[in-house]
Design a protein around this ligand. Structure first.
Ligand code: URA
Length: 207
């Protein structure tokens, strides 16, 4: 049974969490990844954005959502009236998982398994307990399954305000698609507008 639980400190706030997470060995993903990519942003943010896992750029830079998906997300947040600088941004899984045909070849993202998401859950639970956001924006199916269980279907609940108990706390959540799915969509304009529309629901829930 993989779990980050023994690595999570009980005291010290976000700085202590971040430092401890850098040494997490709770599942095998730390072996191939460059570094742990912990959440970033205001410790008292009103909104927490939860993605899937760091991508190639995030793995290199050590910060969530700094690559192409992050750039698109920032633009969509701004278009929806949410200041990206006022959000806390994190991922369900804190290490980059990838396949690579040969050394030096491109690293291709691989979706984390349920075991890996569950193993990493104690970090997300600790972030939620410290930041205490008023609203969680769930970015895509992996984040949804990590927070709401394996029956989560993004198409069924996107753009709605859910109220659920998560890790013992009552939370409000607005699910939407993952920004990477917009980059991959055949019709990017429509996909982007859908993302912004969902984020507008989140902006209203915060008003
Ligand atoms: N995709 C994610 O889910 N998270 C990141 O941090 C970057 C890309």
């Amino acid at each position: 049974q993989y779990t980050a639980a023994p690595f999570v400190p009980e005291r010290g706030g976000l700085p202590a969490l971040r430092e401890a997470a850098a040494g997490c060995r709770g599942c095998p993903l730390h072996r191939a990844a460059t570094q742990t990519v912990f959440g970033s942003g205001d410790a008292h943010a009103r909104v927490m954005l939860v993605g899937e896992q760091p991508g190639d750029q995030e793995d290199r830079q050590g910060k969530p959502f700094v690559g192409p998906a992050g750039k698109l997300l920032d633009r969509a947040l701004a278009d929806a009236g949410i200041d990206p600088a006022e959000a806390y941004v994190t991922n369900a899984v804190k290490h980059f998982k990838f396949t690579q045909a040969e050394p030096k070849k491109r690293r291709i993202h691989k979706a984390p398994t349920l075991r890996e998401m569950t193993a990493c859950g104690p970090w997300l639970a600790a972030e939620l307990a410290l930041v205490e956001p008023e609203l969680i924006v769930v970015l895509g199916a992996t984040a949804g399954k990590a927070l709401l269980g394996s029956s989560f279907r993004v198409t069924e609940v996107r753009g709605t305000v859910l109220e659920r108990e998560i890790h013992g706390r009552q939370e409000r959540l607005v699910p939407t698609v993952h920004p990477s799915s917009v980059l991959r969509a055949d019709d990017r304009k429509t996909a982007y507008e859908g993302l912004v529309h969902d984020l507008e629901t989140a902006a209203r829930a915060l008003a």
